[in-house]
Design a binder for this molecule. Sequence first.
Ligand code: AKG
Ligand code: FE2
Length: 349
Amino acid sequence: MDDGAIDFRKLLKEEKRKAKLERQRQQQQQQQKDDAVQDPSTNHAAVATDPSITNHAAVATETNSSDNTGTTNQTYSTTIIREEDVDALDFERLVQEEKEASKKRQHEQAMADGWSIPQQRQVDPRQHLVCSNPPSIFYIPNFMPQESDQQALMEWLLSLPDNNQNNTTTSNHEKEASLQANGTWTTMHYAKRRVALFDGTLQVGQSTLPPPLQRFVTVFCQQGIFPVEEPPNHVLINEYSPGQGILPHTDGPAYISRTATLSLGSDVLLQFTPRPHLDSNQPTTRQLWLEKGSLLVFQDAAYLDYMHGIQDRVLEETVTENCLNAPANTQIIKRGYRISLTFRHKLVQ
Ligand SMILES: O=C(O)CCC(=O)C(=O)O
Ligand SMILES: [Fe+2]
């Protein structure tokens, strides 16, 4: 496991070794060029410096001149960056980058270790199934039972960088593109809701989900919430200020037809609305009470044939007889600040 400590000595040694090799290479090249320029028989053998090597490479400018014999002489003016510059340039940047990466790793590890999810419990679908039609909505209250654990997870999420604070003038297109930047908050243009995406499929061959989220993935697979061969590799975080919602939508064919959503911060009512292609005998909109700390899992028909959404501009919601899981005496749900984490398995071609 990474203990987060930076081995400065090792870094310095490695950087010096690289700088030394680079200087040797430059000197060798310079020598070749000098020899070539001095020896008219080898004029055309002079080798120009690789232009792709920037910063610490020797920069050669080539000038062609014709002598009276008609042959082309190549001469080079070369700037060699000094030893001190090479050390200063790369080492400072390297140490800074390594420090930041290490701080981030430590923070994420501490966050991942800083809360508990009951691991032993095997989820029994029959126990958590909330209705027979559609037969594929599961609700697990107290999935993350401790309020302090929920708080710790929220704190980590809120410590993620915010794109909008860095750049308030980005176009919608750029904002959408910045959603691709893993683990940063972006404010959606119309909905005004903040979202952050962790797409573990962006780097081929390795999952890039950070440890706090990877922990959930492990638990979901252990508990049979997701199949081991199709674990969540994509997590969308939605932040709702009190009263904010999300339009009815389906999560679409980019994922296997299963989602797991963890609610933090506040309770809310989620609406499941049948899609128009369903025949009219299907039940109308159904409500589901999502308590903070709960996990909602829905799949198959509930994923494919229903839209789900949260009413916008509502601070208090009335529980109707179509609510699938609220206790009989619950009539009003007060909305507060809420963060949800939606785990999915994105299909990769
Ligand atoms: O916040 C929620 O509970 C719903 C989120 C959702 O539906 C989504 O991100 O697709
Ligand atoms: Fe959704």
